[in-house]
Design a protein around this ligand. Structure first.
Ligand code: NDP
Ligand code: MG
Ligand code: MG
Length: 340
């Protein structure tokens, strides 16, 4: 597999263009500031009254309403929440895109599932950093970068890939390495990862583990430490050195239990369930459901938030986390409890 680095990309390709970064959230604030530091002309597009308008200006960036930012740009990077993108595209982006401009994304959902259908004169590509926005910014500032995926969905100019690679270089990604992919592969694997493993799978594993211990009469505080708090220790080891590295660091007792009891909890037949989840992603069933859910005002999302907020593990969590001031929460406890 080809991996692209700094020497494969030409910064001048992107410095010759004005980039409009739409949104100043997790990804937006990082892309806009990295581009600016890389000498790329950049404007930030926000809706009027956005609470982030002042923050973007304080970072020395020019901020305009979305429509105006799009009119100024040769490259429009859409860093709005995925479920808001199609609406904003129809209202403010499409009518204002310059002839021959590039439309860029950090995730393929709206293009892959046909929610945004760009005009044929446009280049359409993706630079998707494999890390949260704060890391994309802090790594860049430290002279390093976060790896990214690059894909081209539409190549009207004949140079879409080189432009995308130049953009990836400007945000620091080619310092770490850029891997080529397609909109289909990025979108489907991203959704599968979060549904089956990272979010959907992991939260069930923690909740069932907690419930099993508490229902058997163990103290909820102890159960919390064993199945939730200690997760970070394990995940850090996995992140740094893979399954084998994690197993090397844990005790031999833990390693033996892992090999001999893991299959009882998650038997290989789990893969059949995972394949069914993947199939709903590939067929568009999940995408259709999520789009309709948003059109209906997100009733299921809100109901599930309220339901999970009542889980006993959420009652014990704040008490224990308060005992550990060294845990710096990114999100205020009040905000997390919003749905309760
Ligand atoms: P955020 O939710 O952090 O950012 C939202 C931004 O969009 C805010 O500036 C918000 O402004 C603005 N916004 C929201 N709705 C509208 C609207 N209707 N009109 C105009 N502006 C609006 O988004 P993320 O950075 O998390 O995600 C952006 C993209 O990056 C997505 O495609 C996502 O899949 C992708 N991505 C995200 C990653 C991450 O780390 N979060 C990682 C890799 C990819 P306001 O102040 O007005 O609310
Ligand atoms: Mg995702
Ligand atoms: Mg233990």
């Amino acid at each position: 597999m080809q991996v692209y680095y700094d020497h494969d990309a030409d910064l001048e390709v992107i410095r010759r263009k004005t980039v409009a970064v739409l949104g100043f959230g997790s990804q937006g604030h990082a892309h806009a500031q990295n581009l600016k530091d890389a000498g790329v002309p950049v404007v930030v597009g926000l809706r009027p009254g956005s609470a982030r308008w002042a923050a973007a200006e304080a970072a020395g960036l020019e901020v305009l309403e979305v429509a105006e930012a799009v009119r100024r740009a040769e490259v429009v990077m859409v860093l709005l929440p995925d479920e808001a993108q199609a609406g904003v595209y129809r209202e403010a982006i499409a009518p204002n895109l310059k002839e021959g401009a590039a439309l860029a994304f950090a995730h393929g959902f709206n293009i892959h599932f046909g929610q945004i259908r760009p005009r044929p004169d446009l280049d359409v590509w993706m630079v998707a950093p494999k890390g949260p926005g704060h890391l994309v910014r802090s790594e860049y500032a430290a002279g390093r970068g976060v790896p990214a995926l690059v894909a081209v969905a539409q190549d009207a100019s004949g140079s879409a890939f080189q432009t995308a690679l130049a953009y990836a270089k400007a945000i620091g990604a080619t310092r770490a390495g850029v891997i080529p992919t397609t909109f289909a592969e990025e979108t489907e694997t991203d959704l599968f990862g979060e549904q089956a493993v990272l979010c959907g799978g992991l939260t069930r594993l923690i909740a069932y583990g907690f419930e099993t211990l508490v229902e058997a009469g163990y103290k909820p505080e102890i159960a919390y430490f064993e199945v939730l708090h200690e997760m970070k220790l394990i995940v850090d080891l996995l992140y740094e050195s893979g399954l084998a590295g994690m197993r090397y660091s844990i005790s031999n007792t833990a390693e033996y239990g892992d090999y001999t009891r893991g299959d009882a909890v998650l038997p290989p037949e789990t893969k059949e369930r995972m394949r069914a989840v993947l199939q709903e992603i590939r067929s568009g069933v999940f995408a259709r459901e999520w789009i309709l859910e948003n059109q209906a005002g997100r009733p299921v999302l809100e109901a599930r938030r309220r339901q999970w907020a009542r889980h006993p593990i959420e009652a014990i969590g704040p008490k224990l986390r308060a005992m550990m001031p060294f845990l710096k929460a990114r999100i205020a406890e009040e905000e997390v409890g919003r749905a309760s």
